[in-house]
Every structure is written in C-alpha cells, then in structure tokens.
Design a protein around this ligand. Sequence first.
Ligand SMILES: Nc1ncnc2c1ncn2[C@@H]1O[C@H](COP(=O)(O)OP(=O)(O)OP(=O)(O)O)[C@@H](O)[C@H]1O
Ligand SMILES: C[C@@](O)(CCOP(=O)(O)OP(=O)(O)O)CC(=O)O
Length: 377
Amino acid sequence: MSQDDGAAEAEATVRVPMNIALVKYWGKRDDLLILPLNDSISLTVDRLTAETTIRMVPGVGKHTVEINGKSVELSSNKRYQTVFDEALRLQRKRKEAEASSADSNGNDPPPIFYHFHVTSTTNFPVAAGLASSAAGFAAIALAIQRILRLDDSQANRLARIGSGSACRSMYGGLVHWRKGEMDDGSDCLAVRTEAAANWEDLYCIILVFDDGRKKVGSSEGMRRSRETSQLLKHRIESIVPQRIQQIQEAYTSRNFEQLARVIMADSNQFHAVCMDSTPPIRYLNEASWQLIDTVEEFNIGGIRAAYTFDAGPNACVIVQKENASQFLKAVLQTIQVPSEDLQVIGKELAEQFDVPAEPTTKCSKLIMSPMGGGPQE
Ligand SMILES: Nc1ncnc2c1ncn2[C@@H]1O[C@H](COP(=O)(O)OP(=O)(O)OP(=O)(O)O)[C@@H](O)[C@H]1O
Ligand SMILES: C[C@@](O)(CCOP(=O)(O)OP(=O)(O)O)CC(=O)O
C-alpha cells in the first residue's frame, strides 16, 4: 500500500468479512446519514469476505466500482457517491488543517481533485440476503481509511453511510453498534465491546435456501416498519436495550444457552415486526421453517444451536464447534445439502456424513465458518 502525499496516486487492498447481527438493526431515524432507531450487536462471519482494492487517483474523473468482474451503475446506487464525497471532504479537512499550521498567512491550500476506482471480489453471492453490502462497504471504508489515514470513528462513519450494518464489520470480537442521540451522527458508532477476547469456538453454519434478490429490500422494509409497526416501537423502547446487555453478559461468561435464547428470540421478533408492518413483509420461506423445527428438536434436552435470519430466507445457525457434527447430522435428516459442501465440512470436522434418502427440503449451499475474527491483514 502507498499513502497519499500531496497529489500522488494511492492504493490499498483489504479483506473484510460480513457480519451477522445477534440483536438486529431494523429501522432508521435518519435515512441519509443511516442512523438507526436501535442499537445492534454482531459477530463477523470470517470465511465470507469481500476483498477490495481501491485506487485513489488525482485529477477530475469518474469514480468506478466493479464487483466480481461486473461494473456497477453508480447513478442507480447513490451510496457509493455519498461515501466518496465524504472521504474527499475528510481529506480536504485534513489538508486544510495541515496547511493552516504550515502557512501562517492562512492561505487556502490549492484544491486537489481525486477519483476512486474500486475493484472487489466476494466469495459468496451478492445481494442474496447474505449481508454482502456489509462486507462490501466495510471493505471500501477500511481501504479508504488506510489511504487517507482516517481515525476509526471517521472510517466507521464512512462504512455506515454506505450500508448501516457495514459499520459492524470493521472489528473482531463482539461488536456493538450504538445508535447515538446526536442529529449529526457523531455519537453513532460501532465499537468492539469490552467482552473479553473473542470466543473462538463459536461457529456459524449458513444454509442458503434462495440466492435470488429479495422482493422487499432492507431500506424499504425498514421504512415500512417504522411507519406502520406498533411492535417495532415496543421493541425499540422495551426489548432491545436488555437484549444487548444479555448478549454481552452471555458472551463474556461463555454462556451458550443464554446467548442462543436471546439470538433466536431476537430473530423471531424481527420477523414478527416484518409481519406487523403494512403491507406485511415475509422473508422466511418453508425451508426456513423446516430449519427452525430442526433446531428446536435438536435443542430438546439442552440448547446447543441458535438460528438467526436476516432479511431473507437463508439461515445462519450458531453452534460451538464441538456440537457442529451432531447438528449437521440432524439437518441431513430433513434437508438436502450439496455433497461437495459436506465433504469440505466433513474434512474440517474429521467426520463422515451419510446422506439419508429423499430429504424434502433443499439447500443450495452450506458454509461453515468461525466467527468474530474481524478483518484480517
Ligand atoms: N463487495 C462489494 N463491494 C461493494 N459493494 C458491494 C459489494 N457487495 C455488495 N455490494 C453492494 O451491496 C448491494 C447488495 O446489498 P443488499 O442489501 O441488497 O443485499 P445483501 O447485503 O446481500 O443482503 P442483506 O443486507 O439483506 O443481508 C449490491 O447491490 C452492491 O451495491
Ligand atoms: C436485517 C438486517 O440484516 C438489516 C441490515 O440492513 P442493511 O445494513 O443492509 O440496511 P441499510 O442500512 O439500509 O444498508 C439486520 C442487521 O444486520 O442488523
């Protein structure tokens, strides 16, 4: 990586994982600045990553973004422009500060124009309810942070104005995104919690049931819930604060049962809020419900797995690594899993999985990943 010095070209490459919320973000108090109505808390899913290179080039020119070899039409996605504008504003601010300390006459520094070229590859489907935007915008923010030597709160803001949940992908460990109170968003930040070191044997098993684009995007869904759901109001005022605290306690004391209870309750409440919105929003499908039944049955006699679903039907099941094989065997009774994915996981767990005949539900991809590692150098 090279850093900017005056008007030189600069480049940085980073790899950033997506994250899954254990207590969900749903609803904005400011749509432009992407300020949430409630706090949320998450862990990164370390094997699902975006690897992004940004070149910052001096001179007037068009920004470009390419994801998995395809150019993105920037006029139809304003969020990239917002992020680049904010990055250049921060760059100008810093240059002005440097110049005013060097130039006692207080003369303005000459304006310098830049444009950005972003190239990103992801190892999982984009816009399929797998939080690709979180990994993608966090990677953009982190790469710009390296180039412009931004502080963590500036980089966090950049990620957030790209996609709210992206600000939670910037760190390892348990990450708490505080909603803040200020209108300018200055106290709206994601931070690594004080909960001890990362809980390293927490794994997540992702089951992809549908990798198509969802009918109701998160932004539209959030707007609908904010305008029409009474349950959302109750959730924000009376439910979320205590759940954030319970997750922190459970994570710090490695209490899987408490962690799992809160994760599942919060996922269920988020989907209940969607149903409570007008018109109602349905993200879960039959396969999602099959998976919920499997987890409930697996947990009879002791909670060893926790499901959570974002704005789509794909499941994320959190387990401790020692219970992953048993859980997968339970899944295989009713859900068909691609054999190549099972082989990969079987190798890692040193386990042979027998596939029973004719399960009724199909999953198109199964991925297992450690959690909470955050962006890697
Ligand atoms: N690697 C990436 N780099 C930059 N932008 C990305 C990247 N991956 C995804 N995006 C942006 O995020 C958008 C997808 O966001 P969207 O919220 O629709 O889906 P998702 O993040 O996969 O699902 P969800 O937010 O519901 O979990 C893409 O259209 C693209 O604009
Ligand atoms: C259900 C969620 O996944 C919603 C994520 O929403 P986004 O962060 O994708 O929304 P925007 O801020 O509009 O970009 C819950 C969560 O990740 O907390």
